[in-house]
Structures are given as C-alpha cells and as structure tokens.
Design a protein around this ligand. Structure first.
Ligand SMILES: C[S@@+](CC[C@H](N)C(=O)[O-])C[C@H]1O[C@@H](n2cnc3c(N)ncnc32)[C@H](O)[C@@H]1O
Length: 341
C-alpha cells in the first residue's frame, strides 16, 4: 500500500487523497498488485527534476526543445497516434473526466487547451462549453492537431479551432481565456516557468488553469512495460534537468511551480484513476511498442527473437491486472488547479 493515494477499483470514480476520509487516505489495492519492477529500471534513485526550481541554462533548454520536437512531431509518433488514438482515449477516459470536473466548465467559456495532441481533452471540452463557448486546441507540431481537427469534424463539433503553438510562447492576447487546460503535457515543457507565466498572461483575472500530469514513475503503467523492457536493454540514464514524465511526482512540486509563476488558490491532488483496456493484452503490447516515444527506439535495437521475449514477459506481467477479462491499470496522476489573481 502506498500512503497518500486513494482508488476505488473497477470504477471510474477517482478520489482526491487530500480530501478523503481517513479510511481512504491510502491506496486501496484490492488485487495486491505491488509491481514487480525491474531491478535495473527502478534501482536508480527516483528522478529528481531540478528540486531547487532554478531554470537550466538557455542552451540546455534549447537542446530539450529540439529533442521534444523530434520525438513528438516525427512521422513514427504521429502515425502511431493516428492508429491508436481511439483506444488511448478510451483507456485514459477517467483522467479526462477528472480534469473536466476540476476545470469547472460551463456554456459560454473560452478555453485554451495546451499540448492537445490528437485532441484530448479539447474534444470533450467543446460540447461542455457549447453553444456560445469556444475551445482552441494547440500543440507543438501541426500533424497531431490536424488529426484532432479531423476527429472534431467527424464528431460534428463546430466550436473548436486548432492551432500550432508552443506553450512557452503562446500566440494569444493577454486576458483572453476563461480556462487553460492541459492533459499529460506540462511535464514536457522545457522552460516550465516560461510556459506557466504564458498561461497566467492569457487567462482573464480570476479565471482558472487545470493540469493533469503523471505521478511517480514507479507505478504499474510504467513498471509493467518500460520496467520489463529495462531488463533487456540499457535505458539511458535520464538527464535530471530534462523534461520527464515523473517531473511532478514529488508532492508539492507542481503546486510550488504554479505559485512561483504567480498563481493563487493552487490545489494539487494525487489520484489513482482506473484505466480499462478493451482489447487483448497482445494489442496493448503492440500499442505500447508503437506509441511509446521512449520504448520505440530501444525495441528497434533488439533482434526479433528478443523483441518476442520482451513481449512475452510484458504480457505475462500484465496478467495480474486482468479483471473480468480486461486489463485494468491504476494510473497514478497529479491533478492541479490554480487561479490567476
Ligand atoms: C503525451 S502527449 C499528450 C497529448 C494529449 N494532451 C493527451 O492527453 O492525449 C504530449 C503532447 O505534448 C506536446 N508538447 C510537448 N511539448 C510541448 C510544448 N512545449 N508546447 C506545446 N505542446 C507540447 C506534444 O507535441 C504531445 O502532443
């Protein structure tokens, strides 16, 4: 059991640890699935992202930007998301629902969604603010959001626009939006303070930002895939200053960053959200091997036989998360909201 999280298994309900009754103030882990994590992958000290919150030198930030651009806008990434977007959206639906609730949406609001990728959560926000409200979905590169635009057309959404935009320099006027949202994107912003100050600038006074980001790296979503892969290939040692999925794993980290940027009423909740995969375990592995920016090049280094071994070990490890014939992984996330003074 891990103190500080709460979850109701087999249920889309998420419970914020900070406001739970005392009997739910720790993980309720009914299936006893403490992850069997790879000694190699997790024996390193937990990644600490620049705890002093000082900003890395500009040339290093520029290197991070170049790498992120390459990773997230390259053909392989875009075509993998094109192939798997529906499955990913369904699997992570609980995170979108938690984010939407925290964002306090209502018809008529103007919403900016950052790092929208192929449209999550922007495509779900549009109906919640319709008919008078609008959403602008943005991303680093044009390809992910052009797929998001295609999905919006298919869904008949007419109050959503799509625009290429780097969160660090937003092409919008001051005090323009009622809400800024971002799901699984803020961990990657190279100059985080710059991006947060941009969010503050484009929000109207008294209006609200809401981010969902990953919690700790040592959780089944990562240990059951990347953790197993690390037994087969050497995973490069992460740069402690570089953007990383577990950047906000430390309690209070995202809250401090938001306060430093000038936000008020900052709230940070650690949640566990059950994620149900509707296909087979084999399909889950295929999706992981194509979508994961980190795993894809490492898997490509292996011979077909070794890749088969990785696949078999990952699938064997996932069996313990199967409930009623479906894979259900407890996603450990951080949900933060804040208000522009
Ligand atoms: C894990 S995906 C999340 C996409 C989507 N929000 C979701 O939850 O499915 C991360 C996204 O962040 C985008 N991204 C990374 N750095 C960014 C930046 N500085 N500005 C805008 N988008 C960025 C990437 O292009 C990518 O689409």
């Amino acid at each position: 059991m891990t103190a500080g999280f709460a979850v109701i298994p087999n249920c889309a309900t998420v419970i914020p640890a900070g406001v739970t009754p005392f009997f739910l103030s720790r993980v309720v882990c009914t299936r006893g699935h403490a992850a069997q994590e790879s000694a190699f992958f997790f024996s390193r000290p937990p990644l600490r992202y620049n705890l002093s919150m000082s900003t890395p030198a500009p040339e290093r930030i520029e290197q991070f930007r170049q790498k992120l651009k390459k990773d997230w806008t390259g053909d392989e990434t875009v075509s993998a998301w094109r192939k798997w977007h529906a499955e990913i959206a369904s699997f992570t639906r609980g995170v979108t629902e938690a984010l939407l609730e925290e964002t306090e949406l209502r018809p008529g609001l103007a919403v900016l969604d950052l790092a929208s990728g192929v449209g999550d959560p922007a495509l779900s926000i549009a109906p919640a603010v319709a008919p008078a409200g609008r959403v602008i979905a943005t991303d680093l590169g044009p390809d992910m959001i052009s797929l998001a635009a295609e999905l919006a057309r298919n869904q008949g959404l007419t109050n959503i626009e799509f625009q290429e935009a780097n969160a660090e320099s937003l092409p919008f006027p001051d005090s323009f939006f009622d809400r800024v949202t971002c799901r699984f994107g803020a961990m990657f912003f190279p100059d985080l303070q710059k991006a947060l100050r941009e969010c503050l600038r484009v929000l109207k006074p008294g209006s609200r930002l809401c981010f969902a980001v990953w919690g700790k790296r040592e959780q089944p979503f990562f240990s059951s895939t990347h953790g197993v892969l690390a037994r087969f290939v050497e995973i490069p040692k992460p740069d402690p200053d570089a953007p990383d999925v577990s950047r906000f794993a430390e309690r209070g980290r995202l809250q401090r960053e938001l306060e430093t940027a000038g936000f008020q009423n900052v709230k940070e909740d650690f949640l566990i959200v059950p994620a149900r995969w509707n296909g087979s375990l084999d399909l889950y592995f295929q999706q992981f091997s194509e979508v994961s920016v980190m795993a894809r090049p490492l898997l490509a280094q292996l011979s077909p036989a070794r890749r088969g071994d990785v696949r078999d070990d990952i699938i064997a490890g996932l069996q313990k998360f199967v409930q009623d014939g479906h894979l259900v992984l407890p996603l450990e996330i951080v949900l933060a909201s804040a208000v522009r003074p």
